[in-house]
Design a protein around this ligand. Structure first.
Ligand SMILES: Nc1nc2c(ncn2[C@@H]2O[C@H](COP(=O)(O)OP(=O)(O)OP(=O)(O)O)[C@@H](O)[C@H]2O)c(=O)[nH]1
Ligand SMILES: [Mg+2]
Length: 687
């Protein structure tokens, strides 16, 4: 494997909506360049970057894959990101570890939710980008429509630098507007080879239109060039490319290219454009850092850890400053550990190719490190530094998880911990209130993958269950009564007696104890014990075993015994008083509510709102937000189980949502009855 200097490296993330054709494109690019021996496809599970058993089985990408293409004396590191929003964390990692992006659009679909999501991240990073319109050979492919879609919904800066000759089954050529060259493809083209020919009459009109736009866009970046051009002077291809690159780097121009990965049409031009128009690491910014005062000779960041069969943990990292040599040590700042880079490699899909060294800006992999995880910084021990972490998206879905076989609980926790280290968008916790292990992530698709990995890698057989809901209880009425604890069986007795009044307080106001004892009928020193007894009993609830909140307890009378009274007895009296009085003070069940925001296309708004209403949701309003409509609603948490799956199917993957806690509200009687009945049953089961 050849060693590439920094200026010959391009780190490019391939991002876009699910099934746009990213993996197929990356595979074709690596193959056409000669860096990969096989032209694979997703249907057979033979692509370069979808190599895991899960990906082959499901026929879509799940995790970020890395390959490379050597082209024009440069090495293109290709980061293939999954498009489904459940795996947006992987796309985020790809974009934060690249210096440029190729945004892949399906010629039959155009701009979709997934495209917009990754575009936003590109904007945030000011990432130079190209757009590649793929699947041009498919029926109903339409280049002009995709272009208009991009122009109105993604960016007005888009400029075609290529146009197709023919759409769909007729697609057989590409006109390059930079060189005016027409590439004509013969049936059976294996590796992107083409003949050049004259501009076909059929595209002359489109050519005129787009050519003008391109010239204007380039001219806007370079006055001298424009003058030269308008003056009729010869402008070389080199000059145009240079000006265009300037525009791309500044974010002023987004060149749009076209092709088909299955037919390999347009792949050579894309390879060339990536080398010529996208920045090398030397032309790209270094992420924010703390601690090194700009002086660390080595800066790298781990952007993925994955455990591979037969190899163990493989760590993928991107260098930002300084190079590394095979076998040398680097310092992991976060875990204060020296890590030896044995068998330093680059990834070509699942294959690891050992290299002698990597230059600054390159992407590499290394197996079996001691204690390095995603987002850790590699530096030198005497120049410790910390690179800003990749901001992974927030978890949007929650599920309960239980083991199928008793005794695997410990293994479950260990496995989940390991999976969290591999995937920062996945979290878990044990809720002692709910007696349940909860997992948080990006959606049910994500959870299914997690369960599969638990089984395959850790031998834990687990299943998803409805997460328990943290109900609360409160009082709506006032009542009073006595609690008396008296035991006099030989020796010293126990005696505590109190009269208590219970009543409601406003939502969120909490618990309040009022001491209204006069004349010392209960000695001062025992009153806190009454309070404690009431609190202890309230924590166990009245209706369904959930903590009673937002109420007042007033202790206004009682009696004591000189010898037999003690704290214990008054605490018992408090407990008995609560148990006696609370059922009379109209206890009610409170259920947690969520603020739900959904973004969905306007044409299916009715379905989305209908579904929210059937979940006992209250729609607060709708508003246009770009090309989507934003719906705000308040929905009981208990009804939001598996919402991501439902929304995905209602909106065909075009809807997204966000949840936030909204506090508690009184549950309707049928819910209260159901929860109370479940509680009774659980109590019986425990006996
Ligand atoms: N006809 C045709 N089909 C294509 C082309 N590119 C991709 N496909 C098909 O489109 C489907 C999706 O392709 P992928 O490459 O897996 O898409 P992706 O963008 O990587 O999908 P995710 O990673 O799951 O987001 C597969 O069935 C491919 O065979 C193309 O250029 N022409
Ligand atoms: Mg893919």
């Amino acid at each position: 494997m050849r060693v590439y200097g920094s200026s010959a490296i391009r780190n490019v993330a391939f991002v876009g909506h699910g099934a746009a054709g990213k993996t197929t494109l990356v595979d074709a690019l690596a193959f056409v360049s000669g860096s990969s021996k096989r032209h694979g496809n997703t249907q057979d599970g033979t692509t370069l970057t979808d190599y895991s058993a899960d990906e082959i089985e499901r026929k879509h990408s799940i995790s970020l894959g890395v390959g490379f293409a050597e082209w024009m004396d440069a090495k293109l590191n290709l980061l293939d990101a999954p498009g489904f929003l459940d795996f947006l964390g992987e796309a985020t990692a790809a974009l934060y570890s690249a210096d440029a992006a190729v945004v892949v659009l399906n010629a039959t679909g155009g701009v979709e939710v997934g495209t917009e999501k990754v575009w936003e991240i590109c904007d945030r990073l000011h990432l130079p980008r190209l757009i590649f319109v793929t699947q041009m050979d498919r029926e109903r492919a339409n280049f002009d429509r995709v272009f208009e879609d991009v122009k109105t919904h993604l960016s007005p800066k888009v400029v075609p630098v290529e146009i197709p000759v023919g759409n769909g089954a007729e697609f057989h050529g590409i006109v390059n507007l930079l060189t005016d060259e027409t590439q004509l493809y013969r049936k059976g083209t294996k590796s992107g080879e083409f003949d050049t020919g004259p501009l076909p009459d059929a595209v002359k009109e489109t050519y005129q239109k787009y050519h003008e736009q391109l010239v204007e866009a380039i001219a806007a970046t370079d006055d001298a060039l424009l003058e030269k051009y308008l003056g009729g002077e010869e402008v070389t291809r080199g000059e145009i490319v240079q000006a265009l690159k300037k525009g791309v780097l500044a974010g002023e121009v987004v060149p749009m290219l076209v092709g088909s990965s299955t037919l390999t049409y347009g792949t050579r031009a894309l390879l060339t454009d990536m080398v010529e128009l996208l920045p090398s690491p030397l032309e790209a910014p270094i992420p924010d850092q703390a601690g090194d005062h700009g002086g660390s000779p080595l800066l790298g960041r781990v952007f993925k850890t994955v455990s591979e069969p037969h190899v163990g943990d493989v760590t993928l990292f991107r260098l930002y400053r300084g190079g590394v040599k095979n076998g040398e040590e680097v310092w992991n700042h976060e875990h204060s550990v020296a890590e030896k880079l044995s068998h330093l490699s680059v990834q070509q899909g699942k294959e690891r190719i050992e290299v002698g060294e990597l230059h600054p800006g390159d992407i590499g992999s290394v197996a079996k490190l001691k204690d390095s995880h995603t987002n850790d910084t590699f530096c030198r021990k005497d120049h410790a530094a910390h690179l800003a972490p990749i901001p992974y998206p927030e978890a949007v879905a929650t599920s309960g998880v239980v083991v199928k076989n008793r005794g695997e609980e410990d293994k479950l926790a260990a496995g989940l911990h390991k999976l969290h280290e591999e995937d920062p968008t996945f979290h878990f916790e044990y809720s002692s209130e709910l007696h349940q292990t909860l997992i948080h992530g990006m959606g049910e698709r994500h959870f299914e993958i997690i369960l599969g990995r638990l089984e395959k890698k850790f031998g834990v057989h687990a299943e998803l269950v409805r997460p328990r809901v943290a109900y609360r209880e409160t009082l709506r009425g006032k009542a009073e009564g006595q609690g008396k604890h008296k035991k006099q069986s030989g020796g010293r007795g126990q005696y505590g007696d109190c009269w208590v009044r219970l009543g409601p307080r406003p939502r969120g106001a909490g618990y309040e104890f009022v001491d209204n004892i006069v004349g010392g009928v209960i000695p001062n020193k025992y009153i806190p014990a009454v309070d404690r007894g009431i609190q202890e009993a309230a924590a166990r609830g009245v209706i369904a075993g959930f903590p009673l909140v937002d109420f007042q307890a007033e202790c206004f009378d009682g009696s004591y015994h000189d010898v037999d009274s003690n704290e214990m007895s008054f605490k018992m009296a408090g407990i008995l008083a609560f148990r006696n009085v609370s059922p009379k003070a109209r206890p009610v069940l409170l259920e947690p509510l969520l603020d739900v925001t959904v973004w969905a296309p306007g044409d299916i708004l009715g379905d989305v709102m209908g579904d929210l209403s059937s979940r006992r949701g209250q729609i607060l309003g709708t508003e246009t937000d770009g090309r989507l409509t934003r719906i705000k609603a308040v929905v009981p948490e208990a009804e939001m189980h598996k919402y991501s799956t439902t929304l995905h199917s209602i909106t065909h993957g075009r809807g997204t949502f966000h949840l936030e806690q909204h506090g508690y509200a009184e549950a309707p009687p049928e819910v209260t009855a159901k929860v109370a009945a479940e509680h009774k049953k659980d109590d019986k089961d425990e006996e």
